[in-house]
Design a protein around this ligand. Structure first.
Ligand code: PLP
Length: 398
């Protein structure tokens, strides 16, 4: 069997056509493709504004810096982050000079456990970042209720859950700002990249400014200015507003090639999502008989899971050694990844000390969890192969 990777990017004639068109237009920085992708992606997540940037991490960083400016957060501000997530979520807070407080996760959904949130709220807490891990939306009703009661902002980290829904409402439309990654293994990809979405005009203006060096004018014509159409406001001030910088910004932009790729992927989103969904459901059905050994992805009925990957947690009582199991899968060309362990990372042990033991569910997942792929590049042959290899391993257990 060929290598079955955890992620997959499929490039069809459509992506090639759009990228070629972007190249032929001879406008490589932001232009019509970026603008269209931003509008459509945001709108598909129930938001008015989208600002493309060069990664999911910079999307989070921009969101945090925006709220920091709008609400006047100081360096003592604390942000709540789940104890299981990709390290970028909490890194973005640290890069923004904020304090991170971790919240344990739920044992079935692997997302921030709403029951655990309030014990970490102090007078310095200003924001919660729920992360919709592996394509599974968080319990947003409870999280928004807690945030509302304590006057906290909410940034949704939707890097792994494009288009996932709760009660028919898309992730990214619950909080104040939402951040997405479009890195290769993600549902919609632009190679590398990200996008930050919001409904709030003031936030959008700060986001647009921050993404481009802290520029004063953030209107569409200035952002995508090709010299042909000049913003009427641009020259009304002493300095050209496009080259007046009013805050300490970043160079986090992407260009038309990413915009073109993203737009083509968006047009194929139903096909991509449908396949991932079918694959994950097939794996769940076929692996059901090994539930005494494997904890499989779960979602309540009101949720649309988008299965960015297929997380598996070993049952402790089964006495299966994770290292041996993973080694066996890898040996048989089934790629695995650790299940987003965070608190046991060397850099975090140095920064936060030995705190993993205070988060028993995350600690369990760190020790017993891993994930494999269920992406749209896989078909029945690959899925059956995975099921059979897992069956062989479990069948041979003493
Ligand atoms: C939950 C989560 N947040 C943030 C990121 C960061 O995205 P990027 O790699 O595009 O910076 C990722 C990346 O995979 C992620 O999984």
């Amino acid at each position: 069997m060929h290598k079955i990777g955890v992620g997959h990017a499929s490039v069809t004639e459509l992506e090639k056509r759009y990228v070629l068109d972007a190249l032929e237009n001879e406008r490589l920085s932001q232009g019509k493709y970026v603008a269209k992708f931003e509008k459509e992606f945001a709108s598909l997540h129930g938001q008015h504004y989208g600002v493309m940037c060069n990664s999911g991490t910079t999307a989070l960083h921009l969101a945090l810096e925006t709220l920091k400016e709008a609400d006047g957060w100081d360096s003592g501000t604390e942000v709540l982050v789940p104890a299981i997530t990709f390290i970028a979520t909490s890194n973005a807070c640290l890069h923004a000079g904020l304090k991170v407080k971790f919240v344990d996760v739920d044992k079935d959904t692997y997302n921030m456990d709403p029951k655990e949130i309030e014990k970490h709220i102090t007078k310095n807490t200003k924001c919660i970042i729920p992360v919709h891990t592996f394509g599974m939306p968080c319990d947003m009703e409870k999280i928004m209720e807690i945030a509302g009661r304590h006057g906290l902002r909410v940034i949704e980290d939707c890097a792994e859950a494009h288009f996932a829904k709760v009660d028919g409402k898309t992730v990214g439309s619950f909080g104040d700002i939402s951040a997405f990654s479009t890195y290769v293994a993600h549902t919609i990809t632009t190679g590398v990249g990200g996008i930050v979405c919001t409904d709030n005009r003031e936030y959008m203006e700060i986001l647009r400014s921050l993404v481009a060096h802290g520029r004063a004018c953030t209107c569409e014509r200035c952002v995508a200015s090709d010299g042909a159409s000049v913003c009427p406001k641009r020259m009304q001030t002493e300095l050209d507003r496009r080259f007046t910088f009013v805050r300490l910004g970043y160079s986090y932009r992407v260009g038309e090639i990413e915009g073109a790729l993203g737009l083509a992927q968006l047009e194929r989103k139903d096909e991509i999502m449908e396949k991932r969904h079918q694959n994950a459901e097939y794996l769940i059905k076929k692996l059901e008989k090994y539930r005494h050994v494997l904890r499989l992805p779960y979602h309540p009925d009101n949720v649309e899971h988008t299965y960015m990957m297929f997380p598996v947690v070993l049952e402790k009582d089964s006495k299966v050694d994770r290292k041996e199991f993973i080694g066996y899968l890898e040996q048989h060309n089934i790629e695995t990844r650790p299940m987003l362990p965070l608190l046991n990372q060397p850099v975090y042990k140095e920064l936060f000390g030995d705190i993993e033991k205070d988060y028993p569910v995350a600690e369990y997942i760190d020790q017993y969890g891993f994930y494999i792929g269920c992406h749209h590049g896989m078909g029945k042959t690959e899925l059956d192969y995975i099921v059979n290899r897992i069956g062989d391993f479990i069948g041979n257990l003493p």
